[in-house]
Design a protein around this ligand. Sequence first.
Ligand code: GLY
Length: 396
Amino acid sequence: MLQSIAYENLSNPPATSAGRETLRQQLIHTREYVLERLRRNLASFGDKFPAETCVNGRYPLTENVEWTTSFWTGQLWLAWEMSGDEVFREAARRQVRSFGLRIAGRHDTNTHDLGFLYTLSCVADWRLNGSREARGFALLASEALLERYHAKAQIIQAWGDLDDPEQAGRMIIDCTMNLPLLYWASEQTGDPRFANAARAHVNQSARYLVRPDASTWHTYYMDRTTGEPRYGNTQQGYADDSCWSRGQAWAIYGFLLSFIYTGDKTMVTLSKKVANYFLNRLPEDGVCHWDLALKDTDALRDSSSAAIAVCGLLELVNHLPVTDPARARYQSWAEHIMASLSRNYLVQPDDSGTGLLKHSVYHLASNKGVDECCSWGDYFYVEALMRMTESWKRYW
Ligand code: GLY
């Protein structure tokens, strides 16, 4: 069935002025600059977290609530890996304890985004430092995420209470990024329930969230009684039948992550198909409009989708044989986008804001975070910086 999804020819990226090694040297400098900004942000945030929605380039501060707090913790882990500066590790560890309290008390945990939340905080701490405490918190979060799996529909419900009629049976493309927590939990415990749910969910996502032209629905409803597909729609894109850029970027990276855990090669092909759709609809500077249907218009850009796509493409390159002619092109596209983000979207030295990557769109229809920074854009930009300047082991 997945064979019927289109495989567009991948266009070449525009020629870049800098060669590969020049770009790498530039990014090594950029890394130092970004580390300085992160140090400054840490001093200003203390043990609070940047809020879900940025305002005029500055994050209001919050407790550990909502779906985005771990993007800050993840930046701290990356900053510690890049610099070796203990100030970052100490701060990240305090945040891991906050994630422990959050899952133990089940505060604001009614979401599939437990994957983002616990992978970038606790699983990262386990992988980097072997913290058993962090491992335990992440396993509790995996149990909570598994509760959202619906066996008949074979999907993980994205949002809301499980009996909420508006949300029941609804899966979303973003969730492909939340599945590594479940695969990891099965690896850790030997209990196959987590990975089985993740595998079933990703197969349903591939079947129903990806359209025949390799674009994606943002969300899709399944019938919880019969398990049959119902219909797709958008929450954050331009229209039901358009293609929300961030959803497509989550798909590039997310399907590939499932391949890494399951070895299912159809997920690599799917990642390539959705990547080609994404890359073939970029404006000249390589940073997508907030919806891919808005190509050739003056619509706002979403730099966060661009940063996510760079990470997904770099990971994709790692899993393609050298004989695959598309491999070098994905690498070049990732470099083109990253060079553009670094040149024109990264916060300037004289900017007093606390965001890193400007010009993202969180949710246009509800006027949230429009042409702003966002913590996930910041996180994936720093992950991309790490990936392009040294070899790195995934937290995912
Ligand atoms: N996962 C929510 C978003 O990408 O806006």
